[in-house]
Write a protein that binds this ligand. Structure first.
Ligand code: GLA
Length: 386
């Protein structure tokens, strides 16, 4: 891979020394839409992700090229002229990260040429954008000797997504990618960023990701809307409960106080945030006791809550998950990521994976009219120099 990509880089930018990097994508096993509600999440990094070939320049020009968007060509700017521009398309992600790093006082004293190649499906909900963001910070750290640990990289790249891109995301994606560990998921408490690695041993089952191939489209504005609904519900609950976030409530405390939320829809949004947080804690306990069946049931319950109370699924994701539930060998299945399209994650016993792919693929295509893509994935490490 490295040799192939380096050749391509030289074709675009010319001869010279280069360095190769990799940053993973991520999948969240459970704990959805809890990270901006002070709750728990349980994601893991993948062995698929984004590769970069890069080098420093002697002037202050930044040049970006992606093999995934060849027709866009090379996108350029100057280090001291970085501004968000729609026409910069995907390059807004690395630009935003560099701008945030410099804004925090990190010295980036020359331009760079950066070529990317990603093998995560775009807009699939496997965090191709967070993968690029973490990768960019990691390249800058390596080239300019920035004293920046991986947790800070997660925080600063989230800031770039929030402030430069304008998506009010939580910390989950950037944290899962920066802190990824082979064969482990990360049990992260987003209230204080304390975390624990949990080994993923699934007794003959594998993690299967299915991409609905429905692009997220309006997803980002809907995402911000859900976040505001939770903030409004929190403010109402704070009139009667001493809490900092919805993740501070037990299910019983929520039930006893939900009447102060003045709107039926907001009650359901807050209910999801509270119950999903509790489910995530329970799911990790189940995994520790090797109760994979219970882990799977909690995944299924997570999907129902995202479908009925949080309303972020849609016909494509529901078809994939509900069809998966009917298949033999499926331990659990749910949508993953922000929703509104994107991917599902399922735990499937190895011997049933071929029939799972065939049956779910066939029913999805018949009902939705286009095909889904299947990925049997491995859990990998965080960013690295190759
Ligand atoms: C997106 C966001 C994350 C998280 C998930 C939903 O992936 O980037 O911060 O909120 O949606 O769990």
């Amino acid at each position: 891979m490295k040799e192939k990509l380096t050749k391509e880089f030289i074709k675009i930018f010319g001869e010279g020394e280069t360095t190769a990097f990799f940053s993973p994508g991520r999948v969240n096993l459970i704990g959805e839409h809890t990270d901006y509600n002070g709750g728990h999440v349980f994601p893991c990094a993948l062995t698929i992700g984004t590769y970069a070939i890069a080098r420093k320049r002697t002037d202050n020009k930044l040049k970006f090229y992606s093999m995934n968007f060849e027709s866009v060509g090379v996108i350029e700017t100057l280090l001291d002229e970085i501004v968000y521009k729609k026409e910069n398309q995907w390059a807004n992600y690395p630009m935003g990260v560099l701008k945030v790093l410099m804004g925090k006082g990190f010295v980036i004293n020359s331009g760079m040429e950066i070529m990317l190649f990603g093998n995560i499906p775009n807009s699939s909900g496997l965090s191709s954008s967070a993968s690029i963001e973490v990768l960019t910070a990691f390249i800058a750290k390596t080239f300019f000797g920035l004293t920046l640990d991986l947790v800070e990289i997660a925080k600063l790249t989230q800031k770039a997504e929030n402030e430069f891109i304008g998506v009010n995301c939580g910390i989950m994606d950037q944290f899962a990618i920066a802190m990824g560990k082979k064969n482990h998921a990360i049990f992260l408490d987003t209230a204080d960023l304390s975390f624990e690695y949990a080994p993923i041993e699934l007794e003959g089952a594998k993690v299967v990701i299915v991409s609905s191939n429905k692009k997220r489209g309006l997803g980002d504005s809907k995402y911000n809307e859900r976040r505001s609904e939770c903030e409004a519900a929190l403010a109402e609950l704070q009139t009667v409960c001493k809490i900092n976030a919805l993740g501070d409530l037990t299910e019983a405390e929520f039930e006893a106080n939900k009447h102060v939320i003045g709107d039926e829809c907001r009650i359901r949004r807050a209910k999801h945030a509270v119950y999903e947080n509790v489910r995530t804690v329970r799911a990790v306990e189940a995994l520790k006791k090797n109760d994979i069946a219970l882990f799977g049931e909690l995944m299924n319950a997570s999907h129902r809550s995202l479908r009925d109370d949080y309303e972020v699924t849609g016909i494509e994701l529901d078809t994939l998950v509900e069809t998966a539930w009917d298949q033999p060998g499926v331990i659990g299945s749910r949508m993953t990521g922000a929703g509104f399209g994107g991917c599902t994650v399922s735990l499937v016993k190895e011997e049933y994976i071929p029939s799972f792919i065939e049956n779910v693929g066939k029913i999805y295509k018949e009902k939705i009219g286009y095909a889904a893509d299947f990925y049997v994935v491995e859990i990998g490490d965080g960013p690295c120099v190759l």
